[in-house]
Write a protein that binds this ligand. Structure first.
Ligand code: ZN
Length: 231
């Protein structure tokens, strides 16, 4: 893939004036078509092209209206948002849908977006007993992609238990994106406060990743049909 020297391939040029961060789109962005950006985004076919007009999100449920507002605000403010989002909610509440809608809306505005699912990532990285057959070429190619893409949609965070080696690598990806001022949106089925013997998010991803998430994302708690913004 070609690498624009003006923006280092990120697609945005960041400047500071009067102490405030500003971002403007680089010329190289205009050359890419929405279709091209959509194809290379890795957004699952099921969610490809769906927008805020999608039925799920336009019913009369108050909590869904709230999550829609949060998502729309994110799209409108992008890339000047101070933080990414961490969508935390049980299975089946449409977190992937919301993640992909935000991605699709930003692709329409010619942004580079990439979707990754924790299970695919940890499988490629060869977690646990697969360690002997790791394809390091493939891993480094993917890690390069994930550390450099403008906006990363990181779904199913902590969906499976993984080895410390893989966890360290994932921390590296998240941290490198943070250092490069690149935004990441996360979705997870795990919460910080749990009852009984259920795993918390920290149990699934480790302390280092969890504490980095605190710094770089705004948590959006989704419980049942009650969506609440926790800030
Ligand atoms: Zn450029």
């Amino acid at each position: 893939m070609e690498h624009c020297k003006k923006c280092n391939g990120i697609g945005w040029i960041f400047t500071k004036s009067d102490g405030a961060d500003n971002a403007r789109q680089c010329e190289c962005k205009r050359e890419k078509s929405v279709e091209f950006l959509s194809k290379q985004s890795n957004i699952p076919n099921r969610f490809s092209g769906i927008s805020f007009k999608y039925g799920y999100i336009t019913n009369n449920n108050e909590s869904q209206k709230m999550i829609k507002t949060i998502a729309q605000k994110f799209v409108t403010e992008y890339p000047a948002n101070d933080k990414g989002l961490l969508l935390q909610g049980s299975v089946g509440l449409g977190k992937t849908t919301i993640l992909c809608i935000i991605g699709n809306e930003l692709i329409k505005k010619k942004n580079n977006v990439y979707y990754i699912d924790w299970n695919d990532l940890t499988r490629i990285m060869g977690s646990g007993e697969d360690a002997g057959s790791r394809d390091y070429g493939k891993i480094s190619q993917l890690v390069n992609k994930l550390t450099s893409v403008e906006l990363l949609l990181f779904d199913e965070l902590g969906a499976s238990k993984t080895s410390p080696w893989v966890q360290n690598y994932i921390y590296y990806i998240i941290n490198k994106r943070y250092n490069n001022k690149l935004m990441t949106l996360f979705a997870t089925n795990y919460f910080d406060t749990v009852s009984d013997n259920n795993d918390s998010l920290t149990d699934r991803v480790g302390d280092r990743i969890r504490s980095r998430l605190f710094e770089i994302t705004k948590p959006v708690l989704i419980r049942g049909t009650d969506f609440r913004l926790n800030t």
